[in-house]
Design a protein. Structure first.
Length: 168
């Protein structure tokens, strides 16, 4: 029951976070033996989903149970990439636990590129505190600053410039 799959290969642990937004059920699934390493059809583990939707307690429990913090999945994205979309608390937890802010996805983007693209100022601030490479280039030659400019994210642009981003 804990590891049954839907037609997209997802288990209850993959989807429970965004369905009910409650910590109790996913924690119960984890304690009941739900498989942490199972991957859905998009190559995502439950922790990728948890990092994306941002439940701090459940993310912490996944890590306590031994998930590889820099595990990559679809397009070589990491948990930190997903947390960089929306989840300040989860991204900080991942960084404190040793997540590498320099890991790149298939597009050559780091978590700082993702936070810059999404305009997530708080996550960008955290990444810079953990020595994210502010002038790294993705496969198209773009830096996080250039990605922030493309997205029209003025506050992120200002932050990056204050921290030494090179302006083209």
């Amino acid at each position: 029951m804990f590891n049954s799959r839907d037609n997209q290969g997802r288990t209850p642990l993959h989807v429970i976070e965004w369905w009910i937004g409650d910590d109790a059920v996913p924690l119960l699934l984890l304690e009941g033996g739900a498989d942490l390493g199972v991957r859905d059809n998009d190559d995502c583990t439950p922790l990728h989903a948890v990092a994306r939707w941002g439940t701090l307690k459940v993310t912490q429990r996944h890590l306590e149970l031994g998930r590889d913090i820099d595990d990559q999945f679809y397009c070589d994205q990491t948990f930190l990439d997903h947390a960089g979309l929306w989840c300040q608390d989860v991204s900080l937890l991942l960084l404190k636990r040793g997540a590498d802010p320099g890991v790149r996805d298939n597009d050559g983007q780091t978590a700082l590129h993702v936070a810059s693209r999404e305009g997530n100022l708080r996550v960008a601030q955290q990444l810079l505190k953990f020595d994210a490479d502010i002038n790294s280039h993705d496969n198209q030659g773009r830096t996080p600053f250039q990605v922030a400019v493309e997205g029209g994210h003025d506050k992120v642009q200002k932050l990056l410039l204050e921290h030494g981003a090179q302006s083209p």
